[in-house]
Design a protein around this ligand. Structure first.
Ligand code: ACO
Length: 328
């Protein structure tokens, strides 16, 4: 690639309502101790009246402000999500309308939790094709719309939120450079993590009530093993491709699904714990929103500093996974 893609601004937004582990104890047979030791999650934000579009819009406004850009300047809008307000129109098209824009390229991208990193790579390719492009890349989910609140093995894990980044072309030496991204997927173990309802293999018939197939289902142990293996392997691969080692990494930001997965990936890669960014305790697993929320949160809090080399590692349903290297 000859043109570099740079992150010019970041923002995130979560709904106000927040359920602590103790709150969940009131409606499902679980407890703070189990959730904390198995997942590291202490609380998650949950929508009341807001929709996926509302969350995405609020994150986008913040990212644009952080980039010191106007919505009008955007040429492309990409949204990684599998819990948009509707199947059609896409969240990206709705967002374009909400921002008062017309005649832009707008599309959603479905790669489950890896949706943002997949969209980041699409943005990088688009900037290479169209060096004047100014691209809004979002990751947004209302996972609680697909959670069975009676299933303790899944409902404690997920939260709602959105994150966004604005990308434009830039010079090699400018901050925010996306050095590289590697993506992969494997449909073989795909049934370990599913949301089947709304798919055409589950056609809705008049009079049907929504069934169990509308909820997130997961073989936790299988997903856990695959997540650790694949995120470690692809992170090692991207480092090797650039003649870098774990010692060169200033911040490791893995998909925030489970603290044990995050720590296992850090350990296997050889990145010291103090360089591993964690906010799963505050937000739970927000799927495609997890990485951009993490980036914006880590930048705002100063965890990612100017000049830092950041390694992203993501993993999700599909199964999909990926890694990015960003120089801030
Ligand atoms: N509270 C209390 N007990 C529970 C709960 C709960 N919320 N959930 C399950 N249990 C019980 C089970 O019933 C089981 O009890 P039993 O031994 O009497 O049968 C026991 O705890 C152990 O259950 P496991 O499912 O084996 O627990 P495990 O140690 O595997 O942890 C977990 C489960 C946290 C889901 C883990 O497997 C995991 O993190 N997997 C990866 C999940 C993930 O990262 N997904 C995200 C990637 S993709 C995406 O984000 C969409």
């Amino acid at each position: 690639m000859s043109t570099f893609s740079h992150i010019r601004g970041l923002g995130f937004y979560v709904p106000e309502l927040c359920y602590s582990n103790k709150d969940l104890e009131k409606f499902v047979d679980t407890n703070d101790e189990w959730i904390t030791t198995r997942t590291g999650i202490k609380q998650r934000h949950v929508v009341e009246d807001e929709t996926c579009l509302d969350l995405t819009y609020n994150a986008a406004v913040k990212a644009l402000a952080n980039a010191e850009m106007e919505a009008e300047e955007l040429t492309h809008i990409l949204v990684g999500t599998f819990t948009g307000d509707m199947l059609i129109p896409s969240t990206a098209c709705q967002l374009m309308e909400r921002m008062g824009l017309k005649n832009r390229v707008a599309m959603d991208l479905s790669a489950a939790c890896s949706g943002f990193v997949y969209a980041l790579e699409v943005a990088r390719a688009l900037i290479n094709l169209h060096p004047d492009a100014k691209i809004l890349v979002c990751g947004a989910e209302v996972l609680t719309s697909r959670v069975n609140w009676e299933d303790r093995s899944t409902c404690v894990l997920f939260g709602d939120g959105a994150g966004a980044a604005v990308l434009t072309a830039g010079n090699d030496s400018e901050p925010g450079k996306v050095i590289d991204t590697l993506l992969s997927s494997d449909g073989g173990p795909s049934m370990n993590l599913t949301v089947q309802g709304s798919g055409s293999s589950f056609p809705y018939k008049m009079g049907d009530t929504v069934g169990d197939e509308y909820f997130i289902k997961m073989q936790g142990r299988e997903v856990y093993k695959h997540a650790v293996r694949s995120m470690t392997a692809i992170s090692n691969e991207i480092l090797k491709r650039h003649n870098l080692t774990a010692e060169d990494v200033d911040v490791l930001l893995p998909h925030q699904a489970n603290l044990r997965i995050i720590e296992a990936v850090g350990k296997k890669l050889g990145v010291p714990r103090e360089k591993v960014f964690v906010n799963v305790d505050k937000f739970g697993n927000t799927s495609a929103a997890s990485i951009p929320i993490g980036l914006a949160d880590a930048r705002e809090s100063g965890f990612i500093k100017d000049g830092d080399l950041v390694l992203l590692a993501t993993f999700g349903g599909g199964l999909t996974w990926g890694s990015s290297l960003i120089q801030f």
